[in-house]
Design a protein around this ligand. Structure first.
Ligand SMILES: Cc1cc2nc3c(=O)[nH]c(=O)nc-3n(C[C@H](O)[C@H](O)[C@H](O)COP(=O)(O)OP(=O)(O)OC[C@H]3O[C@@H](n4cnc5c(N)ncnc54)[C@H](O)[C@@H]3O)c2cc1C
Length: 501
């Protein structure tokens, strides 16, 4: 088996703000995730070979271990272990086939590095992308990272190599997951199915994407766009309840003239300045003026967007944006297509009712909370939280994994993203809002939260949502009897404790 090694380097994205020593004298580093909402101390070890990785696992039986990705999860999925493995030495990219139609990627490789190297070696690219390219490949697939119009990255993994514990001897070994239920589980392993060393991914010929910004008259209008333009996503603006869609499809042409490239560059610059920077600065400023400030902003914004103009550019440029420029937090819920209407009906009532005392939406909220079988004592919520960012919708077709958010559902799912730009430490009311929304939508439409984002539910809540969760848990126990790859998140969310729990 080839190794995918690069010189070790500190895992970027996480900030390391302090260090201390443990009771055994080991140096502990403080890790802080992108959102600033997870902080923990761990002993950070940096294996540089598979043999060294196996030695670490053998030597530290009794400790808990997780690999560090780039720290772009908001949930505690990768936090709170005794040992954190910095996998940045495993970051190579090699073609498996002569034409690079399949590539082997080292677990610690960032998506942007992967794209850069893939583009340097071939005319091919990744089959799908989420909103940013800062994550590591192993972190991205561990939580089912997805974009719109295509299944998640996890779905595409054809082979995965990980350090696990041999089910018979209990010794750490390198295992290849290549087929059957084991591959389905490993594709989105939630950090519990071994320390990933490398991943094989198919690639596709590079393509251009055509994007047209449209004002839609309703959510149904925006949904209708997906039939011809499957890569579409759309924004639903609170308080004005208007819809702006980014209608997207693979462009017919594969190359561009110099004039077309110049136009593409202009749109890139415009999108960066207006959407990535100015819009976000305005949201952060408008938050301070409460509901009225946000409502005014959302009334103005759709009228400043270049609607009905088509931009054509490389897929990597159109499908991603610089969403990591400003620190924020997100909860994302996945809802089967047939339930989207019931989900949005509740969401609108919740956003309105929370945003002002005496809101007329409070009665609707109360009725729907009661219908979900929860306590309908909701009066105290009125005026407690002003949601200040557009609700963001993407559509994900069925995918073949065991437990990614689109798994075992034989129709497309819509993901609904709920962002806050409140600073860490001032997000209590956002968390209360998310908790109610997640709980009601769980009962109302079986909504599944993204594993890597704010996750207000527990194992008992989500177990009925995933038909193959028990099979997944059994595989985790098979390859990690002692529970070394588990943390508080694994216990709370997956019901996987230490020692065969
Ligand atoms: C600004 C921003 C934008 C985002 N956009 C999207 C989006 O468009 N779509 C989407 O679906 N998600 C999105 N996310 C969420 C993000 O893609 C996921 O949370 C992803 O898991 C983060 O990858 P990471 O490399 O940072 O991993 P981390 O967050 O560091 O780790 C995630 C999990 O992977 C495990 N892990 C990492 N490496 C290994 C390994 N080698 N072996 C075993 N386990 C490992 C960790 O232990 C942990 O359990 C976004 C997040 C941010 C901050």
């Amino acid at each position: 088996m080839k190794r995918l090694m690069l010189p070790p380097q500190a895992a970027k994205g996480f900030t390391m703000t302090a260090s201390t020593t443990s009771s055994t004298g080991a140096e502990l580093e403080q890790r802080v995730n992108f959102g600033g909402n997870q902080r923990w101390y761990a002993r950070v070890l940096r294996p540089t070979s598979e043999a060294e990785l196996l030695q670490i696992l053998a030597r530290h039986g009794g400790s808990t271990v997780k690999a560090l990705g780039s720290g772009h999860s908001w949930s505690s999925i990768g936090a709170d272990t005794d040992i954190a493995l910095d996998m940045s030495a495993f970051a190579g990219v090699e073609p498996v086939t002569a034409d690079a139609s399949v590539v082997r990627v080292g677990a610690g490789c960032r998506l942007q590095d992967l794209l850069d190297r893939l583009h340097a070696m071939s005319d091919r690219t990744l089959p799908t992308l989420g909103a940013i390219t800062k994550q590591t490949i192993s972190g991205a697939i561990a939580t089912g990272t997805h974009g719109s119009g295509r299944p998640s990255l996890s779905h595409f993994v054809v082979r995965l190599c990980a350090a696990v514990f041999d089910p018979d001897t209990g010794a750490p070994v390198i295992k290849e997951f290549t087929e059957g239920p084991e591959l389905l589980a490993a594709r989105c392993g939630l950090g519990c199915l071994g320390i990933v060393v490398s991943v094989d991914l198919p690639t596709v010929p590079k393509y251009l994407v055509a994007e047209t910004t449209r004002k839609c008259s309703s959510l149904a209008d925006a949904q209708a766009l997906f039939a011809k333009n499957p890569l579409t996503n759309f924004l639903w603006l609170p308080y004005t309840w208007t819809v702006t869609a980014f209608e997207r499809r693979v462009a017919q042409e594969r190359t561009q003239s110099p004039g077309q490239r110049l136009k593409a560059l202009f749109f890139r610059l415009f999108t960066f300045v207006m959407l990535d920077v100015v819009f976000h600065l305005l949201v952060i400023a408008a938050r301070k003026f409460g509901r009225a400030g946000i409502k005014l902003l959302f009334r103005i914004v759709p009228n400043t967007m270049p609607t009905n103009r088509t931009r054509v550019d490389e897929s990597t440029q159109v499908l991603t944006f610089k969403h990591d420029l400003f620190r924020h937090e997100e909860m994302e819920l996945f809802v089967a297509e047939r339930h989207l209407g019931r989900a949005t009906e509740f969401l609108q009532a919740a956003v309105e009712a929370f945003s002002q005392a005496g809101s007329p939406a409070l009665a609707t909220l109360r009725a729907q909370v009661r219908e979900a079988g929860l306590s309908d004592d909701v009066d105290g919520f009125a005026g407690s939280y002003v949601h200040h960012y557009p609700l963001f919708f993407r559509r994900v077709p069925p995918e073949e994994t065991m437990v990614s958010m689109g798994a075992s559902i034989d129709e497309p799912v819509y993901s609904i993203s709920i962002f806050t730009y409140a600073p860490p430490g001032r997000r209590a009311s956002y968390y209360t809002f998310c908790s109610l929304v997640a709980r009601v939508l769980l009962k109302r439409v079986g909504a599944r939260p993204h594993w890597g984002k704010h996750f207000p539910l527990e194992h008992a809540d989500i177990a009925p949502l995933y038909p193959r969760l028990e099979e997944f848990r059994a595989l985790c126990r098979r390859y990690d009897r002692a529970g070394m790859f588990r943390n508080g998140y694994s216990f709370r969310v997956l019901g996987l404790g230490r020692q065969g729990g």
